[in-house]
Write a protein that binds this ligand. Structure first.
Ligand code: PLP
Length: 468
């Protein structure tokens, strides 16, 4: 399997290069040269087998020629061994021909663990084989840092540095990062804002000499391997006997379009999917796109569902590539114009093609809270604000009530305790294995908002020689 860039002007690469590269040299995103096709029997997986066996079947065409099957299976099994539910991704009834697919049983209580637990191990495996090491540097406003840290902790070939704005992330989020006891994990609290942290990371990557010296790398949401790992749970859910073999409608609370794009990939591989419903909060660029065919940038507003507070959904370019009939130069021109003008009209035919499978739906914070309250009243379950948006969007846009609805629960309610309490009056408890989070010892370095200070700290901690 080889991968091509959505902009058509970067070399095609094998899986391991795509894994380590992230963004293509022409500014595009890597996608498979062709969608591998699975027979209905493959999609059913080996009879009675668990999540790991299915994961291998679904993902193996994507790593073919690059990883051997036994090694890949071992990485998969290790990745999901730490999940605290034997089903890994349990399907819980919501009533009314609807189910919740719980994707929050990983170490950091959010669906990103599905991809990052595997990606951290894939990095380590590929780097060890090449005798290379990397330094991963990232900035977090709170919700993504811990998933990256848990993915990279104790990996031999990786040092990881995560910057967060001092005093501006919630205590649960900070503790999930700073209590990780691993020698290769380095938390830095910056005296500044999240934007300052992001600017520092950008400046580190733009410092060519440092970038090469430290072998800087990122595990951001455009990495193909993250999408690949997320395809599995769509197949897993669709083959569950509760759904009676009918093609499901998946409802997905969406930010960067990574998760729901994996649902699209599953469909392209042959999985019967009735529809993909994209849930948005007030930051509704995608919902507006599905309504109008126009992708238009707007200001970002903070909401109760911060992981969906985005301006431009980076993975959407992967869908556009197929809507543009995989014409890289045409998409490249469209994206350049989008960057310049802040808007893109795809035309009626492409808009119609997108709406044949996708629908969008937005909820403001008041409607999100109302949904959390309703779900609690109906089922006794607490859901986090992101998951609530998915459920409400799915219920609003399921065109055919006979189609089973599967709403993806992307975070555990205890990850967003204030919002859950504000909506329901109940403060959700952390799962048992995190119950002592508030007693654990924290480790982090406080640094000023200054590039030289951060660079010197990374050099010292990662044992780099430094600039002579
Ligand atoms: C990251 C995240 C999302 C958005 O997922 P995308 O793949 O960026 O669309 C939704 N909910 C939660 C809880 C998240 O952490």
């Amino acid at each position: 399997m080889r991968y091509i860039s959505t902009r058509g002007a970067a070399p095609a690469l094998p899986f391991d290069e795509v894994l380590l590269t992230g963004l293509a040299l022409d500014g595009g995103l890597y996608v498979p040269e062709a969608w591998p096709q699975m027979a209905p029997d493959d999609l059913a997986g080996p009879a009675g087998a668990g999540y790991g066996a299915l994961a291998l079947e679904v993902m193996k065409p994507y790593v073919a020629g690059c990883l051997d099957e036994a090694a890949f299976r071992a990485l998969i099994d290790e990745s999901y061994a730490g999940f605290d539910n034997p089903e890994v991704a349990p399907l819980v009834p919501l009533g009314d021909n609807a189910w919740l697919l719980e994707l929050f049983h990983g170490p950091t209580l959010a669906f990103k663990d599905f991809a990052l637990q595997l990606v951290g191990r894939l990095f380590d495996h590929v780097l060890a084989r090449r005798g290379e090491r990397v330094t991963i540097v990232g900035a977090t406003s709170g919700d993504t840092g811990s998933a990256a840290i848990e993915a990279c902790r104790d990996r031999e070939a990786i040092e990881i540095f995560i910057l967060h704005p001092k005093g501006r992330v919630s205590e649960v989020q900070r503790r999930q990062m700073t209590t990780v006891d691993a020698a290769n994990v380095h938390n830095i609290a910056i005296d500044g804002t999240f934007d300052d942290c992001q600017d520092l990371v950008k400046a580190l990557f733009n410092d060519r000499r440092f970038r090469a010296e430290a072998r800087l790398a990122a595990v951001n949401s455009i990495n193909w391997a993250r999408i690949m790992a997320q395809i599995v749970y769509y197949v897993w859910a669709a083959r569950r006997p509760e759904l009676g073999g009918r093609a499901p409608v998946f409802a997905v609370p969406t930010g960067n379009f990574g998760n729901v794009f994996a649902g699209y990939a599953a469909r392209r591989m042959g999985l019967p999917v009735a529809a993909l419903v994209v849930g948005s909060n007030r930051n509704d660029i995608l919902t507006r796109f599905f309504e109008t065919g126009r992708l238009e940038v707007a200001e970002v507003h903070p909401t109760l569902s911060p992981s969906m507070d985005i301006q431009v959904p980076s993975n959407f370019e992967r869908l556009l590539f197929d809507l543009y009939d995989r014409d890289g130069p045409a998409l490249s021109a469209a994206m350049t114009s989008f960057r310049e003008t802040g808007a893109l009209e795809v035309g009626a035919a492409r808009h119609r093609a997108a709406c044949a499978l996708f629908a969008g739906h937005r909820l403001d914070d008041a409607a999100t809270k109302r949904t959390m309250r309703e779900i609690h009243a109906e089922t006794g379950m607490l859901v986090d604000p992101h998951s609530a948006i998915g459920i409400a969007a799915g219920r609003a846009r399921r065109r055919d009530p006979e189609a089973p609805l599967v709403a993806l629960a992307t975070a555990h309610p205890a990850k967003f305790p204030d919002a859950v309490e504000a909506a329901t009056g109940i403060r959700p408890a952390l799962p048992a294995r995190l119950a002592d989070l508030y007693e654990r010892e924290e480790r982090y370095e406080v640094l000023p908002n200054a590039l030289a200070a951060v660079r010197d700290h990374i050099r010292a901690e990662a044992g780099l020689r430094g600039a002579a």
